[in-house]
Design a protein around this ligand. Structure first.
Ligand code: FES
Length: 180
């Protein structure tokens, strides 16, 4: 089974139990059985499927690989792209590339930080928002650029982003969209 397959109904990525993750993730790991060096691709599968790698997921992976949770953690914590905290409902990526930097990027970043009450690299305690930065979001001719839950938006004007963030959060919390 691919990590892109739909999650079972009612599956909560943040609070799934050991039994739920084991049932859901075991088929995703199955193609990696007895494969040398499987741990890293399996961790990436988990990151893609759940948006993070929880302590419970680590225990399931350790069982599958017939190893210990600490040895899974050793790999997990080495790679910065693998998250050990759950994703926020709305993840904002602010472009820090050269075209955006000279055309409103810093102002946009300040506005995102002010709207969310956190700074780049942080996740709000209520898991409403997290902010990251990107080296380039690919539409350099339309600066400044940000991505909200992977939807890339350019030509962002002062005052626009606060409303966009609130609308994105409302959509996610009403179950209309999010990290996919
Ligand atoms: S530099 Fe911002 S999108 Fe490329």
């Amino acid at each position: 089974m691919s990590s892109d397959a739909a999650l079972p109904a009612g599956f909560d990525r943040r609070n799934a139990s050991y039994e739920q993750i084991r049932a859901d993730f075991w088929p995703v790991m199955a193609p990696y059985a007895d494969l040398e060096g499987a741990i890293l691709p399996i961790l990436h599968e988990a990151q893609r499927r759940y948006g993070w790698v929880s302590e419970t997921t680590v225990r399931v992976i350790a069982e599958f690989l017939r190893t210990t949770p600490p040895s899974v953690y050793a790999v997990l914590t080495y790679y910065h792209e693998l998250m050990t905290t759950p994703p926020a409902d709305v993840h904002v990526l602010v472009c820090a590339g050269p075209a955006c930097r000279v055309a409103g990027g810093p102002r946009l970043q300040a506005e995102v930080e002010e709207s969310t009450g956190i700074t780049v690299g942080d996740t709000r305690r209520d898991l409403a928002y997290s902010i990251g930065s990107s080296a380039c979001l690919g539409i350099c001719m339309h600066p400044p650029v940000a991505a909200i839950n992977l939807a890339v938006r350019g030509n962002l004007r002062p005052g626009q982003v606060n409303r966009m963030l609130r609308e994105a959060l409302a959509r996610v919390r009403q179950g209309e969209g999010g990290h996919g």
